[in-house]
Design a protein around this ligand. Sequence first.
Ligand SMILES: Nc1nc2c(ncn2[C@@H]2O[C@H](COP(=O)(O)OP(=O)(O)OP(=O)(O)O)[C@@H](O)[C@H]2O)c(=O)[nH]1
Ligand SMILES: [Mg+2]
Length: 263
Amino acid sequence: MGLTSESSGLNLLRESFNVDVEKNNPVIALTGNPNTGKSTVFNALTGLKQHTGNWPGKTVTQAQGYYKHLGQEYTLVDLPGTYSLLASSSEEMVARDFICFAKPDATIVVADATNLERNLNLVLQVTELTKNVVLCLNLMDEAERKNIQIDIEGLEKELGIPVVPTVARDEIGLDKLRNIVKAIVEQEKRVKPVRVKYSSEIEKAIDQLLPDIKNALGGLSDGLNLRWLALRLLEGDQTILESMRNYYFRENLESEVDFYGFD
Ligand SMILES: Nc1nc2c(ncn2[C@@H]2O[C@H](COP(=O)(O)OP(=O)(O)OP(=O)(O)O)[C@@H](O)[C@H]2O)c(=O)[nH]1
Ligand SMILES: [Mg+2]
């Protein structure tokens, strides 16, 4: 038996990450490099409506909170700070798995405006995985102090995602961030991130793998980013198979799936 419905399947997945699905709120993820101001944004948005625990099965701290904007409550999940989503540490694995399997309705990437180049690496990895992304360009006061000027519109065009400059410590820009998140969740704003194109050999290998992955997953492939999955498999990333078994199959699959070719 596959999913009874896409939404109940998604709720089961989200529950396995300790998300309170009873509330039926849109789920928003906060990700970013370490020390970029994620928790400052989290605290400013959620105030006292937050709680911390651990990620299931990990010693990594999980913070979740709620905020209301224009009558709608949102659940905000503060992911651990990471430089990448390549799953080489527990923190990276948590961030990757949450975005991949819990499928947040929007993901806010908090970046350090004084160190844009380094931060963009994670931004591109996130936009490769999900298109519902907004870039929160934080520490704009520091950037100004250092005479760093950023062409926000140009950046939006290059990346294909909305960019909101903020000074989270002083709550500057956060209302715009709330509005953009709402627009993404309600699909009023169509976000179309630039797609990283690989060499023709890799693109060909992705195309060859896609039908096999779809076939192996059957109906379970709904909503999963198969191109991204193909890239991880081409890299020989065993942790993605582990996570699929952990989060996806455990929660959704009641019969055997022939996982041929992926062991
Ligand atoms: N000047 C300035 N400082 C800020 C701003 N936002 C956050 N900070 C400060 O930056 C430091 C790091 O902020 P955090 O919110 O803890 O950053 P984080 O991304 O959650 O850090 P990790 O969870 O360790 O990855 C704190 O001292 C904040 O007060 C800002 O816009 N401007
Ligand atoms: Mg933090």
